[in-house]
Design a protein around this ligand. Structure first.
Ligand SMILES: [Mn+2]
Length: 327
């Protein structure tokens, strides 16, 4: 991870100084990093005595983020044109308004600052902080917090740790260029963040049915390209039977990426009669964000996703064609 420059920090500070109120928004279907980044930004605004609201379209499905749902609204309150003009929109862990999902109210036209680390981010304005070398958006927000506020409290350190730990798979996706991430993490632990407790909160408490659903996904799994790609799927029937209480695709990815010769994993879920979500993971070289972007999605080199029209049986051959070019 490359540290944020002083110049970037002062650009962010002047964005805060030049607005009276703020909207903090993160992507739909938030994960721990999205939540942590938004709440981390709220800590900075608290310190500056600036009013804000936090927006998220949800759903807050994941176990570890459910308790944060009450902090977020899914509708923009009424604002006069004057209020809109002096309000700054900060988007975290996401670079496109469309990725914010269904939020009631018009988010267009606000003066905007983006803090993101997605590889597929396509924003030209250099006043934003978009840094794919950061393993988590919360690592960027932590740096802003430390520069503008100082040392976090234990509660604040727990929140930053939670975001970083979510996107790094509790450190296991980090590579040799991560010393700054570990240094930042060490500062959080110095402030009282408790790794074991956070790990247990992040991973514990899953519903029994998520294990049964995992069994079905393992049963459906098939290998392609001499075992380099594992594909599984979840039908609407599977979701009806076992998927109502959430799911644990991460456990599936982890189990499959550990199989010999595997380079990438694809998970297709039939969400409605006419649409699917796609989940991609890869071990190392295969850039799944490039494949996800062919289907209207995006993400990171080793973890990406997409929502697309179609049925599992018609989409799968098209996705396999894309994998055939790189595997
Ligand atoms: Mn993230």
């Amino acid at each position: 991870m490359i540290l944020i420059s002083k110049e970037q920090i002062s650009k962010f500070k002047s964005f805060l100084d030049s607005h009276d109120s703020f909207i903090i928004a993160g992507h739909k279907e938030p994960d721990g990093d999205c939540i942590s980044s938004c709440i981390g930004l709220s800590f900075i605004l608290d310190k500056m005595n600036k009013p804000y609201i936090m927006l998220n379209a949800g759903p807050f499905k994941r176990n570890e983020i459910k308790k944060f749902a009450p902090k977020f609204k899914n509708a923009l309150p009424f604002m006069t044109q004057d209020e809109r003009n002096s309000c700054g929109l900060i988007i975290a862990d996401c670079s496109e308004l469309s990725r914010l999902g269904d939020i009631d109210g018009d988010l267009k036209g606000f003066s905007t600052f983006i803090i993101d680390h997605h590889k597929t981010a396509d924003v030209k304005n250099s006043d934003n902080i978009i840094d794919p070398t950061a393993p988590a958006a919360s690592c960027l927000v932590q740096q802003l917090f430390e520069s503008l506020v100082g040392k976090p409290s234990k509660e604040q350190a727990d929140i930053f740790f939670f975001g970083m730990a979510t996107d790094t798979g509790f450190f296991k996706y980090l590579t040799e260029d991560s010393s700054e991430v570990f240094k930042g993490t060490a500062r959080l632990v110095e402030s009282g963040a408790n790794p074991r407790k956070i790990y247990q909160e992040m991973t514990g408490g899953k519903q029994w049915n998520t294990r049964k659903l995992l069994g079905i996904m393992l049963d459906h799994a098939e290998r392609h390209f001499n075992g380099k790609l594992v594909v599984t799927f979840e039908t609407m029937d599977d979701t009806r039977k076992f998927g109502q209480d959430g799911r644990d695709s991460d456990a599936f990815y982890m189990l499959m990426l550990e199989v010999e010769n595997v380079e990438a994993v694809l998970f297709i879920r039939q969400e409605t009669e006419f649409s699917c979500t796609l989940g991609f993971r890869s071990r190392e070289k295969c850039d799944v964000s490039a494949i996800a972007s062919k289907f209207g999605g995006g993400g990171h080199k080793n973890a990406a996703g997409a929502s697309t029209e179609g049925k599992i049986e018609t989409l799968l051959p098209l996705i396999l064609k894309e994998f055939a070019k790189v595997l």
